[in-house]
Design a protein around this ligand. Sequence first.
Ligand code: FES
Ligand SMILES: [Fe+2]
Length: 382
Amino acid sequence: MDRETEVRLIREIIGLAEQKSAFLDDSIAHSPISRYTSPERFERERAMIFRRKPVIAAQSSELEGENAFLTKDFMGLPLLLVRKSDGEVGAYLNVCRHRGARLEREATGCKRLFTCPYHAWSFSNDGALRGVPHEDQGFPDLQRAERGLRKLPVSEAYGFIWIIANPDAADIPDIEVWLSGMAPDLDWIGLADHRIAAIEEVDIKANWKVLMEGGMEAYHFRVAHKNTIGPYFPDNLLTYSTFGPHMRAVLPRISMPDLHQIPEENWQIRQDANMVYTLMANTQLLVQQDHVMWFHFEPVSEALTHMRMATLVPKSSPLTDEMQEHWDKNQKITVTALMEDFVLGEEIQAGFASRGNPSHLFGRFEGALHRLNVTVEEMIAG
Ligand code: FES
Ligand SMILES: [Fe+2]
């Protein structure tokens, strides 16, 4: 974020606080519940968004050092991510090209050669098939070049490893272009210089959009989070901007409206506001004063979402027990508040079955939620 944007956003919040109003869209919007309940709709989202657009598979620090590797599952795809000797990242399906065994079983490690646990075919970390036991007898005409690991388009940028989760995809777009103007903000956050200090995973019985929507309005803060984070935020005060399919929401702390009392050159948005960056379609970043929370969404079905929640901290922060305690405490505070949202999300999802509402209502200060859904509609329409 450049200085001009930072000051402009703070001025906007001070102005909104004076008017006692969040940023308002022109009108309310309706969101049909089939968006959150239909299995056919979910399959379209999977095919048109999660298998077609760049998604974040990992944070760069998870794959540090020559020949490091990482295995993960992303929406049913077993992934093998590697750091090749030239420093570039490779992404493959973690599936042996003989008869399909899971090639690498460990979650992380360091290897140049991967040997299948079934019949010991081996593959180098550039994906090439290297060894086939009894090849002359068993596979006399084997075209090794055609039996390398299936590659996924991959790119490393802004501290993350991005993939197209589809081995049939030809290429991945330039991530700076994909970010549609949000790149300067990500540069400013500087996640390439961050590491994971704490992480946990959880399955939530709710549609992924219900969960994302929860991070895009401040209307619920004083109510749903009254016993946790609510008192630290003004009631229902937020502004948001879109960057192509992505979004930045600014959630001021109670101190921000008072910034007009100090000289503008001392204003720092991270000191007095949280920012939520929604990177379509599987990432939200909650930027706080000295760390960033990374929320990784993996929709499993229309009614189930696997989430990873991680505290990303600057690599320059000391690796002491004291600091680790600090980060663990931070993670706990955030996850406790988030679980309040997730419980609501599960209740909302369960309520869909009652058909009590044919649609949800987004108020004028919930415009970001409407934008998210419009973006999804556009993407699944092709
Ligand atoms: S399935 Fe991997 S070597 Fe046979
Ligand atoms: Fe919340």
